[in-house]
Design a protein around this ligand. Structure first.
Ligand code: FES
Length: 273
């Protein structure tokens, strides 16, 4: 059993929890995830490790309420217990040797981008962060990103906070201004990652994306995270979640993820009735 030490509502649909899990915290690295079960008979869901504190023995998770299990998780409060909390799983992000990096987070994907930006900052890399949200009410981790980056750009679709526009608008501007990034790391909605990759491909900038958003159970068994990378079949939870974004068939991934979104909505509605 894993105790929830702290719960914080970041925006109407996104919640942050700090969970006591010393063995996971001991080995956790940026880019990895945990699998949890809220109750003994509950489904397993993978969630990215948003932060960890080895000294306190805690793991931070940030999740959006999108299906039945995240809804049940969101109903737990501080001092409540999560039944299972297994990890760290997945391959850590490869950040060694990177000197100048642009980290891009889109929506709740920013929770996955943050630990990567933080790890880069801690190893001495020069980090630019572009974080994009639909509007000001959905912004998360603004202060945290600012603390681990040399340059932080906040953008919103409607202009209610930061610069009005898309993350790709800022990235294009930076490239035009002569910024030479070793790598771009983009994590967010599939459509955002697709357009970031189209832009960076044009400019020959290596781009890594996290395919965590398409994972379902995180065990390698459900097949939900299957994707085509360079013409080969891969599984995000086993072979990733990080991949070379220029090799991913995003159109296929977008089509597949829409199928599961409908299923999740249905399950959540059924749980509410
Ligand atoms: Fe089920 Fe990867 S999430 S196989």
């Amino acid at each position: 059993m894993y105790k929830i030490i702290k719960k914080e509502v970041l925006n109407p649909t996104v919640t942050k929890m700090i969970v006591e899990a010393p063995l996971v915290a001991k080995k956790a690295k940026a880019g990895q995830f945990i699998i949890l079960r809220v109750h003994e008979s509950g489904e397993r869901i993978p969630l990215t490790i948003a932060d960890y504190d080895r000294k306190e023995g805690t793991i931070t998770i940030i999740f959006q309420v999108v299906g039945k299990t995240t809804m049940l998780l969101n109903q737990l409060e501080e001092n409540d217990l999560i039944h299972d909390f297994v990890g760290p799983l997945g391959k850590p992000s490869h950040i060694e040797g990177l000197k100048k990096v642009c980290v891009i987070g889109g929506g709740v994907g920013s929770a996955i981008a943050y630990p990567v930006a933080k790890a880069l900052h801690e190893q001495g890399s020069e980090v630019s962060v572009i974080a994009g949200f639909r509007n000001k009410d959905l912004v998360i981790l603004e202060k945290e990103f600012a603390a681990v980056s040399e340059r932080f750009y906040l953008v919103s679709d409607d202009g209610s906070t930061g610069t009005k526009g898309l993350v790709t608008d800022i990235l294009e501007q930076l490239i035009q201004q002569g910024e030479c990034f070793d790598e771009v790391i983009a994590i967010g909605p599939l459509i955002m990652m697709k357009f970031v990759c189209e832009l960076t491909k044009k400019h020959h900038i290596k781009t890594i994306v996290s395919m965590n958003p398409i994972m379902i159970d995180g065990t390698g068994m459900c097949g939900g995270c299957r994707l085509s990378v360079g013409g080969e079949v891969k599984f995000a939870c086993v072979d990733g979640p990080d991949f070379d974004g220029h090799l991913i068939d995003f159109d296929e991934a977008i089509k597949r993820s829409a199928t599961y979104r409908d299923f999740e909505m249905h399950q959540r509605e059924a749980a509410c009735n």
